[in-house]
Write a protein that binds this ligand. Structure first.
Ligand SMILES: *Cc1c(COP(=O)(O)O)cnc(C)c1O
Length: 393
C-alpha cells in the first residue's frame, strides 16, 4: 500500500485533496507519481516469484500509479480499500457481482442510472438474480420489501436524471439488520461532499468519468469498501481481471487535485442558474435537492455538504418539438452524454422509459442541465435567448 502523505483526517477536505495518495518512496522529489506502463514485472529469482514476496507482481495487479489513486480515494472515503475499474458502469457491475450470488435478490432504487437497470435486467437476470425496484421515497418502508433472498440494496442519491434523495442511514440500518449489503452510487455528490461509508454504506461507487476526471476525456470507475466488504470486492475485481490504463488513472489523480474548487464553483453557478430558472414561467419545476423547496431538501441538507452542477428542469406543458428546438438552439450548452466536465451540457430525457416501481408524472418534458465552468451570467443569457426564440416562433 502506498503510504499516504495525508494521515490527517482532521484537516479540511480541500487540504486533503491536495495531499492524499502521495508517497515519497514512489514519487521521489517529484510532486506526482510516475505513470507506469506495465504488464510484466520482473523478479530477482524464482524463489521470490514463487513466494510472491514482492511489492508488485503483475501490471494488472497494481502499479505505483494505480496504488496512488486507490490510496487517495480510500483516504477520502474512509475506506479499507478501493478498486479502480475501466468505467463507472463497470464499477457498478463489479460492486454488484461482489455482493450477489445465483438465487439472490437485489433491491434497486427506481431512479437508478439507466445502464445499471439494464445490467440488472439482463446479466443479473441471466445469472438467476432477481431485481425488485423500489420508490426512492421508501425510507424505513424498505423493511417491508426485504425478503429472505435479499442480498443487496442499491441506492443512488440524488438520482442523476430526476434527483430524488433517499434516506441512506435509515435504509442502510434496516438492510444491515437483515443481512444485506448496501451499495451507493456517489457520482453526483462525490466523496468531497458526501461520505457514504460513514452513513452506513458498504460499497461506495463513483464514476470517476465525471467530476474526478473533470475534463470529459476519460472513463474511469471506483469502488471503495468498508472493512467487512473489502475482501469480497478485491477478490471479485482481481478474479475478473479488471484494470484501467495508467494514463487514464493518472488523469483521475490529476483531476482529484482540483476537484474541490471545480465542484464549489459549479455548485454555485448551478444554484444561480437554477434559481433564475425557478422564476421563469416556462419552467414548471426545477429538480435540485439543494433548492429549499425541493422534496429532497431536508435529506440533502442533513447528509450532504454540497452539490455538483447537475440538475433538471420540467418545461411547463411544452411540446417535444419546442423542447428539442430550445436545446438545439443553445450556444453554450453542448448536447451529449456524461457530465462533470468543465463545459455545460443540455439533454432532453424521458424518465417514463426508466421507471417500473413508481410511474413518472410531470407537467412536461424534462431537460437535464450540466453547469460547467463558464460564467453563469453568460449561461443565463443563453437560456433566456432560447426561451425568447421559442416564444417568438
Ligand atoms: C455516468 C454515470 C455512471 C457510469 O459511468 P461511465 O464511466 O460512463 O460508465 C454511473 N453512475 C452514474 C450516476 C453516472 O452518472
Amino acid at each position: 500500500m502506498v503510504k499516504s502523505d495525508d494521515g490527517r483526517p482532521d484537516r479540511k477536505p480541500s487540504t486533503r485533496l491536495v495531499r492524499v495518495g502521495r508517497d515519497e518512496a514512489l514519487t521521489g522529489p517529484f510532486v506526482n507519481p510516475p505513470v507506469v506502463h506495465a504488464s510484466t514485472v520482473l523478479f530477482p529469482d524464482t524463489d521470490t516469484m514463487l513466494s510472491r514476496r514482492q511489492r508488485y507482481l503483475y501490471g494488472r495487479r497494481g502499479t505505483p500509479t494505480s496504488e496512488a489513486l486507490e490510496t487517495a480515494i480510500s483516504d477520502i472515503e474512509g475506506a479499507s480499500g478501493t478498486v479502480i475499474c475501466p468505467s463507472g458502469l463497470n464499477a457498478v457491475s463489479t460492486a454488484l457481482l461482489s455482493a450477489l450470488s445465483a438465487g439472490d435478490e437485489v433491491l434497486i432504487v427506481d431512479c437508478v442510472y439507466g445502464p445499471v437497470r439494464h445490467f440488472a435486467d439482463t446479466v443479473l437476470k441471466r445469472m438467476g438474480i432477481d431485481t425488485v425496484y423500489f420508490d426512492p421515497a421508501i425510507g424505513t418502508g424498505i423493511a417491508d420489501i426485504i425478503s429472505e433472498r435479499t442480498a443487496a440494496v442499491y441506492l443512488e442519491a440524488p438520482g442523476s436524471l430526476t434527483f430524488e434523495m433517499q434516506d441512506v442511514p435509515a435504509i442502510a440500518g434496516i438492510a444491515h439488520d437483515r443481512g444485506a449489503t448496501v451499495l451507493f452510487d456517489n457520482t453526483w455528490a462525490t466523496p468531497f461532499f458526501f461520505k457514504p461509508l460513514a452513513a452506513g454504506v458498504d460499497l461506495s461507487i463513483q464514476a470517476g468519468t465525471k467530476y474526478l476526471g473533470g475534463h470529459s476525456d476519460v472513463n474511469l470507475g471506483l469502488v471503495a469498501a468498508n472493512e467487512r466488504h473489502w475482501p469480497a470486492l478485491k477478490e471479485a475485481h482481481g478474479t475478473m481481471g479488471l484494470c484501467a490504463g495508467p494514463d487514464d488513472i493518472y488523469l483521475g489523480l490529476r483531476g482529484l487535485r482540483t476537484m474541490g474548487v471545480r465542484l464549489e464553483r459549479q455548485m454555485q453557478s448551478a444554484l444561480t442558474v437554477a434559481g433564475w430558472l425557478q422564476d421563469r414561467p416556462e419552467v414548471a419545476r426545477v429538480l435540485h435537492p439543494a433548492l429549499p423547496d425541493d422534496p429532497g431538501h431536508a435529506l440533502w441538507k442533513r447528509d450532504m455538504g454540497g452539490a455538483c452542477g447537475l440538475f433538471s428542469i420540467i418545461l411547463d406543458g411544452w411540446s417535444l418539438d419546442d423542447t428539442k428546438s430550445l436545446v438545439d438552439g443553445l450556444d453554450l450548452f453542448g448536447i451529449g452524454a456524461s457530465w462533470g466536465g468543465f463545459e455545460s451540457l443540455a439533454i432532453l430525457a424521458d424518465p417514463r422509459k426508466q421507471r417500473t416501481a413508481v410511474p413518472w408524472a410531470a407537467e412536461g418534458p424534462l431537460v437535464r442541465l450540466h453547469i460547467g465552468l463558464e460564467d453563469p451570467g453568460d449561461l443565463i443569457a443563453d437560456l433566456k435567448a432560447g426561451f425568447d426564440r421559442i416564444a417568438a416562433a
